[in-house]
Design a protein around this ligand. Structure first.
Ligand SMILES: C[S@@+](CC[C@H](N)C(=O)[O-])C[C@H]1O[C@@H](n2cnc3c(N)ncnc32)[C@H](O)[C@@H]1O
Length: 447
């Protein structure tokens, strides 16, 4: 597909879908690229985003629906065009069916020969006449959930083992629901009440979140707000606001954030310490230092120092060897944020968790060496995979008898979560993103 229909949100979405399929990049990055390349008008951006994410989210269900209407092999772009059309017909009420068929046939004409547009026309008209096959025809409940929620079977089976069938069903269906727009008020600059007032003046609908500094916004894009530009808020899911609270911060502490970019939690730590003390922000990628700097600058924090380094060698690369608080917001499989990155469902592999657990434990070992006796270490991930969460922390605790679980502040304990110790597990349907965290206290004397 070399041609582009400039200004056409359906064509732009089709390009994104095809490039995601070829594993060229994550959907969110490709979406930004094609918004620009296709010169999509602001009014059509929502539609382009919805078509891209909706089609990706429901890919396996759409294939099941299309199967009776397809014979022989078809080219990938034709299949994506059909999936996108069936997504609109089946899931979106506001687009008339005849418009979906016409627009799809036009795209087929742009990118293919006459036979392709005839095929698209024929398949979609037959689909409209006969309707999709019922999911009830799938007798095996696990297979039915796999198809209904569009997740690979191994993922569903792993979750059933960890959480049982009912919770797995809730997780999988919730992964196909768009997340709310959640922001953290930068209370170092502005009070929550002032922020609510300013946002309402800008035309947002505002609802208070479950944490003191979190707000849910709707009606407009938070990143385009005046309050964002002037550093009064940052975009952050409520779950991601938990680790800074779990660190039991107070003014003047010496804090190490070992996997810090782009700095969402680093700046939250700075905020809770009223920009006092010292924060060292580490990340393995040199190019990500700028993201942390930009965030710290926009939000007005001065006590953050960045270092590009592999956290698995942190002791060797840091001059300072002792910290009062350490956050390990580890690289992970990300199964708690599938609703934000639906392509992940089709690219992840079962073996990823074991590989990541090895990295996570290696980072934790360095954190242990750098933590002062009496200091607190918080380990967090945005996954719901027990191998990377409870199992990593259990193994780590066994290695270091002088580490003990530190209780979490009341405001965190009150949040909806699933009791699965050690630590605290938030499942994707419980409130924010799926998330895990554990706070560990290092005893003052080895015992
Ligand atoms: C979950 S993200 C961190 C998000 C960040 N804490 C925030 O709140 O904005 C994990 C980060 O770990 C970094 N990373 C991956 N492997 C690492 C390693 N071995 N050492 C240090 N950082 C690493 C990645 O570059 C990524 O930025």
């Amino acid at each position: 597909m070399k041609k582009k229909s400039i200004g056409n949100p359906r064509d732009a979405a089709l390009h994104v879908l095809l490039e995601v399929d070829k594993n060229q990049a994550y959907s969110n990055l490709l979406l930004t690229k094609h918004l620009k390349q296709h010169k999509i008008a602001p009014v059509d951006r929502g539609l382009m985003t919805e078509l891209t994410y909706g089609t990706l989210q429901h890919k396996m269900t759409l294939d099941y629906y299309l199967k009776p209407f397809l014979k022989g092999k078809i080219e990938p772009w034709v299949l994506w065009l059909l999936r996108m059309a069936v997504y609109q017909i089946t899931y979106l009420d506001r687009i008339p069916d005849h418009a979906v068929v016409n627009e799809s046939v036009q795209l087929a004409k742009l990118h293919g020969h006459k036979g392709v547009s005839g095929l698209i026309n024929g398949v979609l008209r037959a689909y409209l006449r006969q309707g999709p096959p019922s999911l009830d025809e799938i007798a095996d409940p696990v297979e039915r959930l796999t198809i209904e929620s569009s997740h690979p079977r191994w993922m569903i089976e792993n979750w059933i083992t960890a959480f049982g069938f009912d919770k797995t069903k809730k997780i999988a269906l919730q992964n196909n629901v768009a997340p709310p727009q959640t922001v953290r008020v930068n209370t170092h600059k502005i009070s929550v009440d002032e922020a609510i007032h300013a946002l309402e003046q800008e035309g947002f609908q505002v609802r208070k979140g479950l944490l003191p500094e979190s707000l849910h916004l709707s009606g407009k894009v938070a990143a385009a707000s005046e309050l964002f530009a002037t550093g009064g808020l940052t975009i952050q899911d409520e779950s991601s606001m938990m680790p800074a609270h779990a660190l039991h911060l107070r003014e003047g502490l010496n804090v190490l954030d070992m996997c810090a970019a782009p700095g969402g939690k680093t700046t939250h730590i700075a905020q809770l310490m009223e920009d006092t003390g010292a924060i060292t922000a580490l990340d393995i990628h040199e190019h990500k230092m700028k993201l942390i700097h930009d965030n710290a600058y926009r939000l007005g924090f001065q006590r953050i120092t960045t270092i590009a380094s592999d956290a698995r060698n942190a002791t060797a690369s840091l001059e300072q060897k002792q910290f009062d608080r350490i956050l390990v917001d580890a690289p992970c499989s990300g199964y708690g944020v599938i609703r934000r990155k639906p392509d992940m469902k089709y690219t992840k592999q079962p073996a990823d968790a074991d590989r990541l657990a090895t990295i996570q434990l290696a980072i934790l070992e360095e954190a242990y060496n750098l933590l002062i006796p009496g200091g607190i270490l918080v380990y967090s991930t945005c996954t719901i995979e027990p191998k990377e969460n409870q199992e990593v922390v259990s193994r780590f605790l066994k290695l270091h008898p002088d580490l003990h679980e530190q209780s979490l502040p009341d405001i965190l304990q009150k949040l909806p979560h699933t009791a699965m110790g050690p630590g605290m597990q938030v499942l994707p349907y419980e409130d924010g993103d799926g998330f895990y965290l554990a706070a560990l206290l290092k005893a003052d004397t080895k015992g």
